[in-house]
Design a protein around this ligand. Structure first.
Ligand code: ADP
Ligand code: ASP
Ligand code: MG
Length: 436
């Protein structure tokens, strides 16, 4: 059974939604994961922000504007009066719920409920549309099988044990529709897999049912060899290994949610990145195979903070790094890059919620310097230890740009650079023209 995920732009208009059936083969049993209609989650974030600061009139205005968009959407989606009326009921239900929060205490719990409405709307409307045109389908509530634990980690066994019976209930049905992004947390509350999380949903479902393939349908013909929003003339990459794809996703290639590769990788499920606007394009195939002797792609991750701890006590001492890492562990803050010398260690984080506390604790070890507005640029490819010349080519391309950190050798397929965010565009362009 295949899992097909369609992103926001792929369901972004009634016309696009109707076109999904050019791609989905209804003669095959498959699960279709949908994102919210493009722009919806951003609007929901704004609505929630307005409630959080107590600005109810602003929330009401935003809700009315979004509702209006959906009212227009359904008049173009449905052919019959009967199903148009059903579509209207769906919209009324979800928008009444959004408006209802004006009467409640507004906390993080309500925030998550608001953010979930986009995927609930898109999938329900698509399900009603399929009824309207006479295509049988089953709507699977993701909240019944998608779960994260106390550490916000998805639980694949839970997905398997809760999703399999739902599928088994409909042996004669081919097309299953479900929501990307949304899940329940360890308290049973509505939660989500973070922005862009529908890719993660697809990979998790793929892992949960040991799917033959996961397809991520989006608005571009696969993973490109650089960020197409910044660099001109980027090219799609035909094949990537799971490790390479994971590295690119984690270090900023927006086409994939940062964690979305891992579940598929664990169960060796091939992932294809495909273009809804050009379904015949080859796209990118992600498998265990890795192509030798090639630099594959470049990605960049912003909003990085660099921390340097300098102390002569580090000299010839053991256990020093462990004590530094323990500080980050206590504040559940993950470290991305690290470089060390005999008397200093530099590392980077992107989650700065506990920066003040971390800084205070690190101060007991030595001098601490913190720099914000940094970007990690990650060059991915085959950098095996027997290769020579690749690192030199990368550094040659950025020789006119000040570098804060260089990380090489941590894995065989990544060389990372840390530089000021202001230098990012120039670095990406220069690397692109020298490496490809
Ligand atoms: P969806 O809504 O389908 O999930 P996203 O907007 O999340 O789509 O991801 C697709 C976008 O990712 C592309 O339109 C492109 O601008 C951006 N992107 C950034 N880096 C890359 C890359 N290396 N390769 C392809 N797309 C990329
Ligand atoms: N709708 C969610 C978002 O915009 C999830 C997704 O599109 O993948 O972040
Ligand atoms: Mg996305």
């Amino acid at each position: 059974m295949k899992v097909l995920k369609f992103g926001g732009t792929s369901v972004g208009s009634p016309e696009r939604m109707k076109k999904l059936l050019d791609i989905v083969d209804v003669s095959q049993r498959q699960i279709v994961v949908l994102s919210a209609v493009s722009g919806t989650t951003n609007s929901l974030v704004e609505i929630s922000q307005a409630y959080l600061v107590g600005d109810k009139p602003k929330a009401a205005t935003l809700i009315a504007a979004l509702k209006n968009k959906y009212e227009v959407f359904i008049t173009e989606l449905f052919a019959s009066e009967q199903y148009l009326a059903q579509g209207k009921e769906v919209i009324d239900y979800h928008f009444n719920l959004l408006s209802g929060f004006a009467n409640d205490l507004f906390t993080n719990i309500e925030d998550k409920v608001i953010l979930a409405q986009g995927e609930l709307l898109s999938t329900t409307l698509y399900h009603v549309y399929l009824k309207d045109i006479g295509v049988p389908s089953v709507l699977l509530p993701a909240l019944d099988f998608m779960k994260i634990d106390e550490d916000n980690e998805p639980v694949v066994d839970y997905i398997t044990s809760h999703l399999t019976p739902l599928l088994d209930k409909h042996p004669d049905n081919n097309l299953f529709i479900t929501q990307g992004y949304i899940c329940r947390n360890s308290f049973g509350e509505i939660d989500n897999l973070r922005r862009g999380g529908s890719d993660y949903t697809a990979s998790l479902i793929g892992a949960g049912i040991r799917s033959e393939e996961v397809q991520i349908w989006t608005d571009i013909d696969g993973m490109h060899n650089n960020d197409p929003r910044i660099v001109k003339g980027t090219q799609p990459i035909a094949q990537l290994s799971f490790d390479e794809a994971a590295e690119l996703a984690y270090f900023g290639a927006k086409i994939l949610h940062p964690q979305s590769v891992f579940p598929a990788q664990k169960y060796k499920i091939p992932v294809r990145l495909l273009n809804t606007m050009d379904p015949q394009a080859q796209g990118t195939l992600i498998t265990i195979e890795s192509e030798k002797n090639k630099i594959k792609s470049i990605a960049a991750k912003d909003d990085i903070t660099a921390i340097r701890v300098q102390s002569s006590r580090m000299l010839l001492a053991y256990g020093f790094l462990r004590r530094i890492f323990e500080v980050f562990e206590r504040y559940k803050t993950s470290i991305d890059m690290i470089t060390t010398s005999e008397v200093a260690v530099s590392l980077t984080i992107d989650d700065t919620r506990y920066l003040k506390e971390i800084e205070a604790e690190l101060n007991t070890f030595g001098t601490v310097e913190i720099e914000t507005h940094q970007t990690i640029i990650c060059v991915v490819g085959d950098f095996g230890t027997d290769k020579h010349g690749y690192a030199a080519r990368v550094l040659e391309a950025v020789k006119h740009i000040p570098l804060r950190m260089i990380s090489y050798g941590g894995s065989e397929h990544n060389l990372s650079l840390l530089l000021k965010t202001d230098e990012k565009t120039e670095a990406l362009r220069s690397l692109h023209s020298r490496l490809f």
